[in-house]
Design a protein around this ligand. Structure first.
Ligand code: BTN
Length: 252
């Protein structure tokens, strides 16, 4: 049983809002929860808010990518934080740890974190995170593949869903758990533990990688470490490179 759409009822929304300590804006369908939450942040809405949707018609992934989802099958949400808890790139990376911690409470094992902020489960991407600085705060968006029957062709080779991995998880419960874990990593005192957990769960460190960096450049080498600001350290024939933003392909 999936209870996320109960949030359409103002009474449920109000009770759940007290439970998670945030205003909740629920949309049966919206272009992008990230665009909507950024709009709220730019308008100066100070109260912590989460924008949730059952379906997005124009979801964004990192870079220029789209985030595709069928109605009723993903957790699609964007949280506002004010003041900014960390630089967006670092916070999105730590959000991967928050998602992994949340999923673990539902009994998922075999979780991995791929730099910069993808969560993998049993060999496929299960969730992605995205952060933007807006107004005086930060907007963090997370998409979790929960129960899609079919994954879009573009991601069919690399993505998976919780259901395929054998987990039937209620999106409302997952929303609550992820919110709690995000509030934990938003506290700078929790950062060393979260970074340590990222390093332990990483499926990128120690591997040969090809990185398409932003601004565009391509480099190959061994991913040797994660700096405390979230940068990936790559040992190349030309010395160590620090990659702040980019996409990684694991070569072996
Ligand atoms: C990525 O891995 O590329 C990041 C994906 C982030 C997707 C989520 S879904 C909810 C929120 N709204 C969006 O438009 N994007 C984020």
């Amino acid at each position: 049983m999936d209870r996320l759409t109960l949030l359409a009822d103002p009474a449920v929304r109000s009770a759940f809002s007290s439970e998670i300590g945030r205003e909740i804006e629920f949309h049966a369908s919206i272009g992008s929860t990230q665009d909507r939450a950024r709009e709220l942040a730019r308008a100066g809405v100070a109260h912590p808010t989460v924008v949730v949707a059952d379906h997005q018609t124009a979801g964004h992934g990192r870079g220029e990518k789209s985030w595709l989802s069928e109605p009723g099958a993903s957790l699609l949400a964007s949280w506002t934080f004010r003041p900014m808890p960390a630089e967006p790139a670092l916070f999105a990376l730590l959000a991967g740890v928050a998602v992994a911690r949340a999923l673990r409470t539902f009994g998922t094992a075999d979780l991995g974190l791929k730099w910069p902020n993808d969560v993998w489960l049993t060999g496929g991407k299960i969730a992605g995170c995205l952060a933007h600085a807006d107004g005086q705060g930060l907007v963090l968006g997370i998409g979790v593949n929960v129960s899609q029957r079919e994954l879009p062709r573009e991601i069919a080779d690399t993505a998976t869903t919780l259901r395929r991995a054998g987990h039937d998880i209620d999106r409302l419960a997952l929303l609550a758990r992820i919110t709690t874990e995000l509030d934990v990593i938003a506290d700078p005192r929790a950062r060393p533990d979260a970074l340590a957990e990222w390093r332990t769960r990483s499926i990128t460190l120690g591997r040969e990688v090809e990185v398409a960096t932003t601004p565009p450049e391509r480099l190959r080498g061994r991913a040797s470490g994660l700096a405390d600001d979230g940068a990936l350290l790559v040992e190349t024939p030309y010395g160590q490179q620090r990659v702040i933003a980019g996409e990684v392909r694991v070569l072996g």
